[in-house]
Design a binder for this molecule. Structure first.
Ligand SMILES: NC(=O)c1ccc[n+]([C@@H]2O[C@H](COP(=O)([O-])OP(=O)(O)OC[C@H]3O[C@@H](n4cnc5c(N)ncnc54)[C@H](OP(=O)(O)O)[C@@H]3O)[C@@H](O)[C@H]2O)c1
Length: 248
């Protein structure tokens, strides 16, 4: 599958890109740091036994919407036909840090909601208008399922993103757009370093197979690991007075 991936320099995105390259997908990397992008591209080529230069890259920053169109156009030019766009990029900070720093809060809200949505709009346009369909796989979070004390702001951004992806699926499915919304639980990456681990914490390589299955089957919503589907079913059913008392 010819895929542009935003966020493959670290964490879940890096692991996903490695698995995709290993199975023969053609990748084009998008990200905010050109040195990191080049290093990630060379790493993928070495691991997949590809000739140097076969994984291309272009600069794309979720906080700089003017980078979206040129980056996606570079992906189309390099891959020929763009079959999938994957967004694993995202920004996290604890609720305490976000309450203490309004500028950090602005950046997290922008990167995880408006920036990601505008990037998806640019990707959707190219997948539909120029390619006649394709898959748009975006990482939201279980944090967007319910208003919760430790993730009020980050969770709100992910809730908005989840609803946007749902609407996009309803609006463009008949025209060939396959929207895949990934909702990870707690995954051990640089994003969660130093945070207390809840039960069912996973490593990126444990969730990548479910993400790949979701992309291949065009599953609209994927919980990863799958146990989070059932955990969130319970949490969604909890009455407000319980949510006010509990700390999670
Ligand atoms: N880890 C978890 O427990 C967890 C749980 C639920 C949902 N998620 C979501 O899953 C996705 C992947 O998370 P992760 O744990 O793999 O995070 P991560 O290890 O922190 O990696 C984040 C990625 O996003 C990129 N990024 C950050 N800000 C960016 C910006 N302004 N423009 C472009 N790229 C940017 C980073 O690029 P640089 O290398 O340049 O910094 C990096 O490649 C995120 O959307 C996250 O919200 C994660």
């Amino acid at each position: 599958m010819n895929t542009a991936i935003l966020g493959a320099t670290r964490g879940i995105g890096r692991e996903l890109a490695r698995a995709m390259a290993a199975r023969g997908d053609r990748l084009f990397l998008l990200g905010r740091d050109e040195v990191d992008l080049a290093a990630s591209a060379r790493d993928l080529e070495a691991r997949a036994g590809l000739p140097a230069g076969s994984v291309g890259a272009a600069r794309c920053d979720l906080l700089e919407p003017e980078t979206f169109a040129p980056a996606l156009d570079a992906a189309v030019a390099a891959l020929g036909r763009l079959e999938a766009v994957v967004v694993t990029a995202g920004l996290f900070a604890t609720q305490e840090a976000l309450e203490a720093d309004r500028e950090l809060a602005r950046r997290v809200l922008e990167a995880d909601f408006s920036g990601t949505v505008l990037f998806c709009e640019a990707a959707r346009e190219r997948l539909l208008t120029r390619q006649g369909g394709g898959t748009l796989c975006v990482f939201s979070s279980v944090a967007g399922e319910r208003g919760r004390k430790p993730v009020v702001l980050y969770g709100a951004a992910k809730a908005g993103l989840t609803r946007y992806l749902e609407g996009l699926d309803h609006r463009f499915h008949a025209r060939g757009l396959r929207v895949v919304c990934i909702k990870p639980g707690f995954v051990r990456t640089s994003m969660t370093e130093g945070l207390p681990e809840p039960p069912f914490a996973a490593d990126p390589e444990q969730i990548v197979p479910a993400v790949l299955r979701g992309i291949d089957r065009a599953t609209p919503v994927v919980y990863a690991p799958g146990i989070w589907r059932w955990i969130m079913t319970v949490i969604r059913a909890l009455p407000r007075f319980v949510m006010r008392r509990v700390g999670f």
